[in-house]
Design a protein around this ligand. Structure first.
Ligand code: ADP
Length: 233
């Protein structure tokens, strides 16, 4: 699925204070593309991801996903759209601690119309040996793999990843990015990935740089690299 932002502005109002988190952003993300959103803290990355994925409404402008204007949808329509089409991975794994790996992934499967098999996806993320373990028995990298499996099992068309490696060391981070890359290649899933680490940009098709709520640069990466080849900054 493609994503198109047209003149998207987001202003937060906190008491008397207005914060313009996104200023008139125009951007198109193509189906199957890996886009890295890069920018310093407070530059608007999370806001952009939230409005692109319907977690939050823009103050003005249009968000079009594959011809559907999600910025016009009501919350019921949005919930359905998100459930059927979008996957999310965050820095925190948000796993259910009393459920096993298999059961955590089943939770993701239950909400979908046309999901993958739980065992297949657990295999894809390399966790078959840990399928009956509980989150506390896993490393951070393994827990993040479970959260990826939970997001991917429902066959999302777009994966939104908000600092997915923020809590991981270099080795685990590269492995997780490799899993995301493989899913993109295997299923042509569109990937929008937020980071403040510029070195991750080498695995993207395009790097979108944000500053102060504005897209300040879009870099087309002609020499895309494997996640394992990233030289960590
Ligand atoms: P980033 O993800 O790049 O760190 P954010 O999108 O989280 O940036 O934030 C962009 C700006 O919007 C910041 O100035 C932040 O303080 C502000 N902001 C984000 N969310 C809210 C909110 N819910 N209420 C008020 N201000 C917010």
């Amino acid at each position: 699925m493609s994503i198109k932002l047209e003149n998207v502005t987001k202003i937060y109002q906190t008491g008397e204070v207005q914060t313009t988190a996104l200023k008139d952003v125009n951007l198109e993300i193509n189906e199957g593309e890996v886009v890295v959103l890069l920018g310093p803290s407070g530059s608007g990355k999370s806001t952009m991801l939230n409005v692109c994925s319907g977690l939050d409404n823009p103050t003005s402008g249009v968000i079009n996903i594959d011809g559907e204007i999600i910025s016009d949808m009501n919350s019921k329509q949005l919930t359905k759209f998100r459930r059927n089409n979008l996957g999310f991975i965050f820095q925190q794994y948000n796993l259910l601690q009393t459920l096993s790996v298999r059961e955590n992934v089943e939770v993701g499967r239950e909400v979908s119309l046309d999901p993958f098999e739980v065992e297949d996806i657990i295999d894809q993320v390399g966790l078959t040996q840990n399928i009956d373990k509980y989150p506390f028995q896993l490393s951070g990298g393994e827990q993040q793999r479970v959260s990826i499996a939970r997001a991917v099992v429902k066959k999302p068309k777009i994966m939104f990843c908000d600092e997915p490696t923020g809590a991981l060391d270099e080795e685990n981070a590269k492995e997780i990015l490799g899993v995301i890359q493989k899913l993109n290649e295997t299923f042509n899933t569109t990937v929008v990935l937020i980071t403040h680490n510029p070195s991750i940009g080498v695995m993207a098709d395009r790097i979108v740089k944000l500053n102060n709520g504005e897209v300040v640069e879009v870099i087309v990466n002609k020499n895309k690299k494997r996640a394992s080849e990233i030289i960590w900054g």
